[in-house]
Structure formats: C-alpha cells, structure tokens
Design a protein around this ligand. Structure first.
Ligand SMILES: Cc1cc2nc3c(=O)[nH]c(=O)nc-3n(C[C@H](O)[C@H](O)[C@H](O)COP(=O)(O)O)c2cc1C
Length: 391
C-alpha cells in the first residue's frame, strides 16, 4: 500500500516526508520535484517568506543511483529561515532565551490558533500554528511529485489551474487539458490562469485585497489525463475514489469545499442535462463520452475520462487589519495577531492539489495492479488495458 506521513514545523529545522510502498525501479527525476517545490512557493499575492524560501528535496533513503529500491523514501526539505528561529523553535528547553520564544496569545479567527490551543492545552498558539501552517504542503508536494513520476510511467499526467480568485472567475466551459498542462512551462506561476486577460483581473483583485490590508480566496482545479477506467471501487464507502480524492483535497489548508466535475452546477439541473451520454469508437475499440460533467468518476470508480477535482479556498485568516479576538492571558478583547502572511495562495494550493490527487491516483493504481518492481506493475497494467480493449 502506498502511504506517506510528514513531520516538521513551519519555522523548525525542516520538513520530512516518508513515502513507502513504491515499486522498485522507478527513475527519480530530481529536477521535476524541485520544480514543483518552486511552483508551490510562487504566485501573485504571496508573503515575504516566499522570498526567503528556496526549497529543495534531499533524499535520505529509498533511492540508489537515481532509482527507487523498494524501501521507504525519506525526503528532507530544510527550512532556509531556521537560523532566525533557532531560539524560538529550539528543541531543547532554554529558559535563558525565553525572551525570543515569539509566543502568540491573541488567536486569529479562522486559523487553528484557538481550537488547537484548547485541544493541546497551550496558552501559546505558536505550538499549534507551527504545524497547522501550510508550510507542511511543501512535504506533500515533494511526495506528490514522486507519485506523479510513477503515474507518468503509465501515461497519466496531472496538472492544475486557477478557476477563480475572489470575485473574478473564468467563464464556465471546458478548458482543454493541453492548456492546463502548458501552464507548467511558465517560468513564473502568477495566478496560474489559462486566460491572460482574466489573470490580469485576478491580479487586480489581489491588489485590492492588499490595499485594503485584507486577503482573498478562490478556486483551483486539478485535472488528470490518461487515468484508466476501474480505479477505486463501488464495493465499500472508503474504497470510492471520488471520496478519497475529496478527502485528500479537503485536507489542504484553507480548502473548505471540494467539487468533482461539475458537481455543484449539476445539482441544479435536470438529469437529462447532466449525465454524460455513452458512445463507442469502433476504430479505437473504446467507449466514448460527448461530455464529462461527471469529472471522470461514476460509482466511486474512474470511468476512463479525465478526472477533474476542484478545491474552494477561503481567504487566508491572518489579516493586516486584524479582526476581533480575545487575549489568552487577560481574556480582554484584543485585535488578533498578525505575522508575515500571504494575501492570496490559490495557485500554490493548486500545486498542493496536484500532489494530493497524484498521490491518491498512484495509491489506487498500485492497489489494483500491485507490483514490487515497476516492470511487474507495468506488466499487470498493460494486461488490464488489453482486457479492457477486448471487453
Ligand atoms: C499554500 C498555502 C499557504 C498559506 N499561507 C497562509 C498564510 O500565509 N497565512 C495564513 O494565515 N494562512 C495561510 N494558509 C491557510 C492556513 O494554513 C489555514 O487557513 C489554517 O491552517 C487553518 O486551517 P483551515 O483553514 O483549513 O481550517 C495557507 C494555505 C495554503 C494552502
């Protein structure tokens, strides 16, 4: 079973991810992983920290001479800012440097500060926010980039783009996969929108939020092309691939709703307008669809069409014009804390979305096709595709 865990605090020494269950013999493209880490740091409306960070993934285990060997991969991403946080985030107890602990006792509405402090019983939300922070998505992006190397070996590509920033959105309609994929070639991520004119309007929305010392959310979409029919299952609730994708995307910090295909819009239409009619191509020997409103998933199973998952982000909760809160110490009303923060993170969340979708698809794929070596996985996969063709 493909699985991963991450560890590390936002201003700690670094982030660690352990990924196990990958078959042996997968070539690791180190550059592609660092490229994704860089894409996660980009985007218009990011805070000052992104200028400090320049993430790279260091492999501590599981890879030899550029390929996986079937043992767990341990990946380290060092925090470049560690030197400035050594005292505040020291592992050892150093009473003499208490003045540098940077406590946060005025919880920010919308962040994990209050709920987490009550849960872990700390009157300093620093203990909680350091882990709740989306810095953790850097580790997920590294894992997702590795998972996507496996998918690529089997002809599956995953890409993301931004559908909306605040009140500005792309008009409804299908965006070709190639246009989404092409965004990855851009040196700078800006707002990762396929339409340059709309992207300018999105930038203006971010500017407005910045001027007002406010923040803005939005919507990203992750698409996966080349996914075979038959991943996931209708047999048990937790085997349903749409449910697994929804959980994975919802787990990204600030994502508050997930949509598969045109799920939200479909709920207000008649059935005849929503279902994707089925045809058959006698030359290619495959079933076809005229539309893909289902987002490639029916009955919790991939149906061979493109997978489309959307993540809806709330605006970031750390505000330069802070909202009302209460002090942990005095219980008096105070303004919530502010520390260096982003204004808009929708494209970066999309990169994290690619990682999570990539991971879930790779896990579903390995669950179905198994294989301790890539050769074995590929053989099982090819044989299944032949079975589907002969159906
Ligand atoms: C890429 C990314 C960057 C983020 N950066 C910030 C930030 O700078 N400041 C902030 O308050 N929240 C930021 N967030 C959101 C918080 O991490 C998130 O709102 C918080 O952990 C509470 O979790 P929840 O919103 O999922 O309930 C970011 C989210 C993502 C996906």
């Amino acid at each position: 079973m493909l699985k991963f865990q991450t560890a590390g605090e936002s201003h700690g020494q670094g982030l660690v991810a352990i990924l196990s269950g990958l078959p042996a013999g997968l070539r690791i493209d180190f550059d592609s992983i660092d490229r994704d880490l860089k894409r996660r740091m980009g985007g218009y409306g990011r805070g000052g920290r992104m200028k400090i960070e320049s993430d790279t993934a260091q492999f501590l285990s599981g890879v030899r001479h550029g390929q996986t060997i079937g043992s767990p991969l341990a990946v380290l991403i060092e925090n470049r800012d560690w030197a400035n946080w050594k005292e505040a985030m020291a592992v050892e107890d150093r009473p003499e440097s208490r003045a540098k602990y940077k406590p946060l006792s005025t919880p920010r509405p919308g962040h994990a500060d209050l709920a987490g402090s009550l849960k872990f019983n700390f009157r300093d939300a620093r203990y909680v926010l350091e882990r709740a922070s989306a810095r953790e998505t850097a580790a997920r992006v590294a894992v997702g980039a590795i998972a996507r190397l496996l998918l690529r070996e089997l002809g599956i590509e995953v890409a993301s783009h931004v559908l909306a920033v605040g009140r500005v959105s792309l008009p409804a309609g299908s965006i070709p996969f190639e246009a989404v994929l092409a965004l990855k070639n851009n040196d700078e991520i800006v707002l990762n929108c396929v339409d340059r004119e709309i992207e300018q309007k999105m930038k203006a929305e971010v500017d407005l939020a910045t001027q007002n010392r406010d923040t803005v959310g939005g919507v990203f979409e992750v698409r996966a092309r080349g996914v075979p029919p038959g991943l996931g299952s209708c047999a048990q609730w937790d085997e349903k691939l749409d449910g697994q994708l929804a959980q994975a995307v919802m787990s990204i910090q600030a994502v508050k709703a997930v949509e598969i295909g045109a799920g939200v819009e479909n709920s207000a239409r008649f059935g005849s307008e929503v279902q994707d009619e089925i045809g058959y191509d006698r030359e290619e020997l495959c079933f076809t669809r005229k539309s893909n409103r289902a987002g490639g998933l029916e009955g919790g199973i991939s149906n061979g069409e493109e997978i489309a998952v959307r993540g809806f982000l709330k605006p970031i909760s750390t505000l330069r014009r802070p909202l009302q809160s209460v002090s942990f110490e005095t219980r008096e009303p105070v303004k919530a804390a502010y520390e260096r923060s982003d204004v808009c993170v929708v494209p970066a969340a999309g990169v994290a979305g690619e990682a999570m979708v990539g991971f879930v698809l790779a896990r579903a794929l390995l669950e179905k096709f198994g294989g301790d070596s890539l050769e074995e996985t590929r053989r099982n996969y090819t044989s299944y595709l032949e079975q589907v063709k002969r159906f």
